[in-house]
Design a protein around this ligand. Structure first.
Ligand code: ADP
Ligand code: MG
Length: 497
């Protein structure tokens, strides 16, 4: 027997039409006025914002599974920290991939150069986000005395990890503000009691406190924090609120926003390898760019990245943390016996092992070729992923055979194959700019992200904590649900027992 394939809504639907229209208009205004917003891609202006798409009411999520994810996060933080500091593991794991994937190859070259020249800064700041989905087909195996393992129906679904982000983990602001919109809506609907089942979300403060802590560790009261940004930041609220929080808590910490191109033009290393931008010394670099090839317009941006890696500034992420977040590393970690290399406690190994769904290498060897055959035979079971971040890069189901056939055997090494997770469906109102009024009820699925913050070097972990969450929800028929990419919507969990 498998788990639940639908999740019940937190309030009875539909909402009567007149009330729904009033409420939707009000909630949209609330969203814009509280920065649950983004710059429009189709009608861009630096002077205006659109509200970000959102779910009118929160989506149900099993409490136990939520709590398990929260509890596991510090263990995942430590795992990633250890992976990032294992030179041999990163080198062997990425060896084939970097031969064919130029972008990962460039990152890896920087890593090797920094390794041989010595790190300017031993301490890294990790702001991670572990993304997961409930798996409605997971089996709950319960052992009862005297019997073999009996399959029992489980009340809810277990969850599986989708990926772990080590660079530009967004939604530190949009996560908490989603809860705030939906709390407003539930109060308007006269359901204040429902707020008790919406876990508080301190993602923003937790993430920013991590940056402040790193600034303190750097220990120069005049040094600034650099936000490394894209040429155009559409998801501006999710960066400015971080800046505003830090400025409010610590008015003495100045923040500069600069692109890779600007760091190339105006940055240099001082006598002690300190990163200087004009007159300012940089203590901490918070990367909100640099995770996709399009952010590097020429050699200059790669030079800027290398300069930053050589500097004494504390990077979020440092180059080895960036590499630890690749899909290839995620796949390698799921191989039998691999977690033992990074985690000592057998209980922790078991708990982390359970969150992996099937992940398969596509390298040019026996195992990789078997994966290839399996993908051609039953493509609908899988998603094919390259070494990219930011959404829109994966290939799904029936599109996989064509994509694979176009690659040489060697080119396949740049990709991994993963079991498709099938989350339970729920229903809700998805409110989008320019969307239909009144909004229709739609079938949706959700993806939960748990934030973690970790600071340390190869010998020492200075701090390690879980820090809030985010929920993104998409139409049940959509493959991907990036909010900035345009398919997903802000949401927050309504915990059910
Ligand atoms: P990216 O680094 O581009 O965000 P992800 O691995 O997170 O790449 O994939 C993007 C999106 O694709 C996810 O947010 C999720 O909606 C969907 N997705 C990824 N992997 C799976 C999977 N194994 N099963 C179902 N959906 C998936
Ligand atoms: Mg993702």
């Amino acid at each position: 027997m498998s788990c639940k394939s639908t999740l019940e809504e937190c309030i009875p639907l539909p909402i009567p039409e007149e009330e729904l229209i009033d409420l939707t208009v009000k909630a949209k205004d609330w969203a814009i006025m509280h920065g649950a917003a983004m710059r429009s891609k189709t009608n861009f202006s630096p002077d205006s914002l659109n509200f970000a798409p959102f779910l009118l009411t929160p989506s149900s999520f099993p409490r136990k599974e939520y709590e398990k994810a929260v509890e596991l996060q510090p263990i995942i933080n430590r795992l990633m920290h250890n992976v990032a500091h294992d030179e041999e593991f990163l080198t062997t794991t990425l060896a084939e991939t970097i031969k064919v994937d130029e972008f990962t190859g460039n990152l890896f070259n920087i890593y090797k150069k920094v390794l041989s020249n010595g790190f300017g800064q031993r301490i890294s700041l990790g702001i991670l986000r572990s993304d997961l989905m409930l798996e409605s087909r997971c089996k709950s195996l319960v052992t009862s005395k005297g019997n073999n393992e009996n399959e029992k129906p489980c009340a809810f679904c277990c969850w599986k990890q989708v990926e772990i982000n080590t660079i530009a983990s967004g939604f530190g602001h949009l996560g908490p503000v989603s809860r705030a919109i939906q709390s407003f809506v539930l109060r308007e609907l006269n359901h204040p009691e429902k707020l008790l089942s919406m876990p508080e979300n301190r993602a923003l403060s937790g993430i920013c406190d991590g940056m402040i802590r790193a600034w303190q560790i750097y220990n120069n009261p005049c040094a600034i924090i650099l936000f490394l940004i894209e040429d155009i930041s559409y998801n501006i609220c999710d960066q400015r609120f971080h800046e505003f929080y830090i400025r409010e808590m610590c008015p003495h910490i100045k923040i500069l926003r600069r692109t890779l191109t600007e760091v190339y033009k105006y940055g240099k290393l001082g006598l002690n390898k300190e990163l200087l931008l004009g007159d300012c010394e940089v203590s901490v670099i918070y990367f909100r760019a640099g995770y996709e090839p399009g952010h590097y317009h020429s050699h200059n941006e790669w030079d800027a990245r290398y300069m930053m890696e050589c500097s004494t500034a504390i990077k979020c992420p440092s180059i080895h943390y960036h590499l630890a977040g690749t899909k290839k590393v995620q796949q390698a970690l799921a191989e039998p016996g691999m977690l033992e290399r990074f985690i000592n406690d057998p209980e922790e190994i078991k708990a982390v092992g359970k969150i992996f769904t099937g992940l398969y290498s596509l390298e040019d060897n026996e195992v990789g070729n078997a994966t290839y055959e399996m993908a051609l035979k039953e493509p609908e079971r899988f998603v094919l992923k390259p070494q990219r971040e930011g959404g829109g890069n994966n290939v799904y189901g029936l599109d996989i055979p064509d994509a694979l056939r176009k690659m040489t055997r060697v080119e396949r090494s740049a990709w991994i194959l993963m079991d498709l997770i099938k989350p339970p469906i729920s229903r809700g109102y998805m409110i989008r700019p320019g969307g239909h009024m009144p909004p229709p009820i739609v079938d949706v699925v959700s993806e939960l992200g748990i934030f973690g913050v970790i600071i340390g070097d190869v010998d020492n972990i200075i701090c390690n904590y879980q820090s809030g969450h985010m929920l993104r929800t998409k139409l049940s028929t959509a493959n991907e649900g990036g909010v900035a990419a345009g398919l997903g919507a802000l949401d927050s969990p309504y915990l059910v027992d």
